[in-house]
Design a protein around this ligand. Structure first.
Ligand SMILES: [Cu+2]
Length: 295
């Protein structure tokens, strides 16, 4: 049973990764003129324009759209915001049944444009097909809402739907420090020392990320990581320009530490922020790093 679950988790992980990589790989795969740089730059600009538009119009490549609304109308920072999310099929009919994706029916990732705010929350599904969740935006500004879900009857093996939308949150918006790659990929969180290493850093190829855990005081390796929402770890990656999103899970869900390996494909060179969530002794902990991925 455990094995079956691990395989299911891995399958979902693979489809998620494949699905999320797709929108960003499209511009690169498009027939870009062979000639000078300016032509390819134009193509790039067009592609990014298209992706911006798509987030605003709730476009989804699978014909499924998602309407997100706020009880207060316009969301504001530093107060409870009640969100309602409703999915519609290609004919505009409300979808009411969903499969589990890592235990929950929907995963909602909230990331501010400056990458300083990260939330991974799980809206609750009502019988009428409305997903509801209450959250707080710590400051004003633009946020990307990334919802992952699988409507029932979508067909086996189909990738989960990853819907991305921007929302503007009213309120004071202090400027965040510019995104700077971390010099050292080691941090101490709640008494745990967490290190991240790469087998290589290269855009457009599968790269292996290894997280290592040890007790910050005793230096003893940690061997008792637990499942958190159906996985031993959730790694979410966003490019500096907020267009490339990756969500990946450990290659070996049976591992409990001290190391967990993840595969990821960074579609293009540049700076990325990487958030990772793990659980130990019933407590979830989050660690983030900023890295540079060369060409
Ligand atoms: Cu995950």
């Amino acid at each position: 049973m455990k094995n079956t679950w691990a395989i299911v988790v891995m399958c979902i992980a693979l489809t998620l990764t494949a699905c999320q990589a797709a929108p960003d790989s499209k511009p690169a795969a498009a027939p870009v003129p062979r000639e000078e740089q300016s032509a390819s730059e134009q193509a790039k600009a067009k592609a990014s324009e298209a992706s911006n538009k798509s987030s605003q119009t709730q476009y989804d490549e699978n014909d499924v759209s998602l309407k997100i609304s706020f009880d207060h109308g316009t969301p504001q920072s530093k107060r409870d915001e009640h969100l309602t999310l409703v999915a519609y099929n290609g004919e505009g009919k409300r979808i009411t049944e969903f499969e589990d994706v890592h235990v929950d029916k929907m995963h909602l990732i909230v990331i501010s444009r400056d990458l300083s705010v990260f939330q991974h929350i799980h809206p609750h599904l009502k019988e009428n097909g409305e997903f509801m969740i209450t959250t707080r935006f710590p400051k004003g500004g633009d946020y990307q809402l990334i919802s992952t879900f699988v409507p029932t009857g979508m067909g086996k093996g189909k990738p989960a739907i990853v819907n991305k939308q921007w929302v503007h949150v009213e309120g004071e918006a202090p400027t965040a420090p510019p995104i700077q790659p971390d010099k050292e990929l080691t941090k101490v969180v709640d008494g745990k020392k967490i290190s991240l290493s790469f087998n290589k850093r290269k855009a457009g190829e599968t790269v292996q990320l290894t997280y290592r855990f040890e007790d910050a005081q005793t230096k003893k390796p940690i061997h008792d990581l637990e499942f958190y929402i159906g996985s031993k770890g959730h790694v979410v990656i966003m490019s500096e320009d907020s267009t490339s999103y990756i969500h990946t899970h450990p290659n070996d869900e049976a591992s409990t530490g001290p190391e967990l390996e993840f595969d990821a494909n960074f579609p293009k060179s540049g700076k990325y922020k990487i958030w990772a969530e793990f659980q130990r002794e019933g407590k979830v902990f989050l660690v983030s790093f900023i890295v540079n991925i060369p060409e």
